[in-house]
Design a protein around this ligand. Structure first.
Ligand SMILES: [Ca+2]
Ligand SMILES: [Ca+2]
Length: 491
C-alpha cells in the first residue's frame, strides 16, 4: 500500500537532490560568508506547513530537524517542545539554533502540555495524587481531568517556563543520567551549531512577571485556524499535547490536517522482532538498561519510549485519528530498529564538499561513538567497539522525517490497522514498585494491533529499506540546496 501523493513527492524530491555532493561555495564556513542573521532558506511558494510536536531531546531529533528545515517543500510553522528526559529549555534551544542556522526564521516555538494525565493522577513517584488539578475544564475525552499549566507570553516572546522534568515523569524517571546529559548537549556538540541570534529565537526562562497564559493545545489549534487545509502534523515525542489537540479540535480544525506522521510504538513478533534476526529478546521496545529486568543485553522491554512516556494520550490520539478519518502514519521500532548509524557514516558525511550540517552531523556521530562506546555498563563488555553506535542507537526520528520527505525511497511496508496501547494496571500506589510503573506492570505502553476500532485505520510502517534511508539522510545533509552558510567545516 502506498501513499496517494507518492509520485509527486518523489519527483520533487529527485529535483531537490540534484547537486548533492557538489563541491560548491556553501560547503564550508569562512569569514566572508553571510551571517545567520541574514540567511533565509528558499522555500516553495506552495510549501506545505508543518506543526511539529516533538521532544527534541537527542541527536535523532536534531538531524530530523535539519532534514526537514532544508527541504523547500515544507515550512515548519510551529514547533511544540514536549517534556521527556531533559528540559524543555534544552529542547527549545536545539530547535532555535538549528532552525536559524538553516534559515528557517519564522517558526513559533512553544512548550508542550505540562503533564501526562496519568503522571498527575499518580504523582511522580507513583503515589496517587488527589485534588491537585490546575484547571478544571475537561479537555480530554473520557473525563480525564485537566491538569495543564499554560505557556506564558511576555512582550511577544514565548516564555517556555521550565519545569525540572528530569526524573519527574512517572515513566521516565529511571532514564539514566548520562542519557539525559548526552541528549541535552547533543553529546557535547551543541556548541558547534551557531547560536540563534534573532530576537524571537531565545529561550526566555522565567523572564518577567506579567504572564499571558495560553495552553499548548489552544495555540496549536489557533495555528491550525491560520493555515490552509494541507497541514502536516509531525509528532516525534510523547503524544500528550496532540491528544489534547485532537480532543478539543472542531471538525473544521481537524479538516485542516492533511496527514499525520508519528514516531512511536513497537510490534512484538513482527520483523525484525522475530527469531530469524537472532536477538536475545524480541519484544519490540527500545527501553533498555533498566536493572529490574535483569537482562544483560539487547532491548528487553515491550515499551517504545514515546508511547511509554504517556500511554493514555497515545491511546486517545490513535483512537481519535481513526475516528476522524485522518490519514495517519505510525513509524514504530519495527521500521527503525535496523536503521543504524554505522561507523562509515561518520566518514561519508565528512567527505570533501561537506555542507556545515553534514560536517556537524559527522562530528555528532563521532561524539556519540566516543561517549557511549564501551562505557555503558551491562552489555557485551567489549572495551570500545560500536556498542552505542549500532547496538542501541537508532535513526528513530530521522526515519520518521524520511517517511515524510521521501517515502518511495524507503520502500515502506505498511499495514493498515487499529492500534491498542496497554495502560497502567490499577494498584501502583499500593505496590512495592510504586516508584517504578514498568516493574509493576511490564506491559504498560506496549502497542499491538487490534480489531477494535472506528473509522480509518492507521498506516503502520512496519518495515523500510534502512540502508536506503541511511544513504538518503547522508545525501540530504550533503546537498547544497538550503545548506547552512556557516558552522563547522570538514574540508
Ligand atoms: Ca525524539
Ligand atoms: Ca497493563
Amino acid at each position: 500500500m502506498l501513499m496517494k501523493k507518492l509520485a509527486l513527492a518523489s519527483a520533487l524530491s529527485a529535483a531537490f537532490l540534484v547537486g548533492c555532493g557538489s563541491d560548491d561555495d556553501n560547503s564550508s564556513s569562512s569569514n566572508d560568508t553571510p551571517q545567520n542573521s541574514t540567511f533565509t532558506a528558499s522555500k516553495n511558494a506552495d510549501a506545505q506547513p508543518i506543526i511539529w510536536i516533538g521532544d527534541f531531546n537527542n541527536f535523532d531529533d536534531a538531524v530530523a530537524l535539519m532534514l526537514i528545515a532544508k527541504d523547500p517543500r515544507y515550512t515548519i510553522e510551529l514547533a511544540v517542545v514536549e517534556d521527556s528526559f531533559n528540559t524543555v529549555a534544552h529542547g527549545a534551544n536545539t530547535v532555535y539554533n538549528i532552525l536559524e542556522w538553516l534559515g528557517n526564521r519564522d517558526t513559533q516555538v512553544i512548550r508542550g502540555a505540562y503533564y501526562a494525565p496519568e503522571e498527575v493522577h499518580y504523582g511522580a513517584n507513583g503515589t496517587k495524587a488527589e485534588g491537585t488539578a490546575v484547571t478544571d475544564s475537561p479537555a480530554l475525552v473520557g473525563d480525564i481531568a485537566d491538569y495543564q499549566l499554560p505557556n506564558s507570553n511576555t512582550n511577544g516572546r514565548w516564555n517556555l517556563e521550565r519545569r525540572n522534568v528530569m526524573g519527574i515523569n512517572l515513566y521516565g524517571q529511571y532514564v539514566p543520567g548520562p542519557w539525559r546529559d548526552n541528549g541535552s548537549t547533543l553529546y557535547a556538540t551543541d556548541h558547534l551549531i551557531p547560536r540563534a541570534e534573532q530576537d524571537n529565537y531565545h529561550y526566555n526562562g522565567n523572564n518577567g512577571m506579567s504572564f499571558k497564559f495560553e495552553l499548548a493545545e489552544d495555540m496549536v489549534l489557533a495555528e491550525l485556524d491560520s493555515l490552509g487545509e494541507n497541514v502536516v502534523v509531525f509528532n516525534t515525542g510523547k503524544l500528550t499535547t496532540f491528544a489534547r489537540v485532537l480532543s478539543k479540535a472542531s471538525p473544521a480544525q481537524l479538516n485542516k490536517i492533511d496527514k499525520v506522521i508519528m514516531m512511536g510504538g513497537g510490534f512484538e513478533g513482527e520483523i525484525p522482532f522475530t527469531e530469524e534476526f537472532e536477538r536475545e529478546h524480541n519484544l519490540g521496545g527500545n527501553i533498555f538498561s533498566h536493572p529490574s529486568f535483569g537482562f544483560a543485553s539487547d532491548f528487553s522491554t515491550h515499551q517504545e519510549f514515546n508511547i511509554l512516556l504517556d500511554p493514555l494520550s497515545a491511546k486517545v490520539s490513535f483512537e481519535l485519528l481513526a475516528e476522524n478519518n485522518i490519514d495517519s502514519y505510525l513509524v514504530p521500532t519495527n521500521s527503525t530498529d535496523l536503521a543504524k548509524l554505522e561507523a562509515h557514516s561518520i566518514v561519508d558525511l565528512a567527505a570533501p564538499g561537506a555542507t556545515p550540517e553534514a560536517c556537524y552531523t559527522s562530528r555528532l556521530f563521532q561524539s556519540i561513538r566516543e561517549f557511549e562506546g564501551g562505557d555503558f555498563p551491562g552489555f557485551d563488555g567489549s572495551p570500545s567497539g560500536d556498542f552505542a553506535l549500532d547496538r542501541v542507537i537508532r535513526l528513530w526520528d530521522i526515519i520518521a522525517a524520511l517517511v515524510l520527505l521521501e517515502p518511495e525511497t524507503l520502500e515502506m511496508v505498511v499495514r493498515e490497522g487499529y492500534v491498542a496501547v496497554d495502560q497502567l494496571d490499577d494498584g501502583l500506589e499500593n505496590s512495592e514498585y510504586r516508584y517504578d510503573p514498568i516493574s509493576f506492570d511490564p506491559m504498560v505502553g506496549k502497542t499491538s494491533f487490534t480489531e477494535a476500532g472506528t473509522g480509518q485505520p492507521l498506516n503502520v510502517v512496519l518495515g523500510i529499506n534502512s540502508e536506503k534511508a541511511r544513504l538518503a539522510m547522508i545525501e540530504r545533509l550533503r546537498s547544497s540546496a538550503n545548506a547552512a552558510v556557516k558552522g563547522p567545516s570538514c574540508d
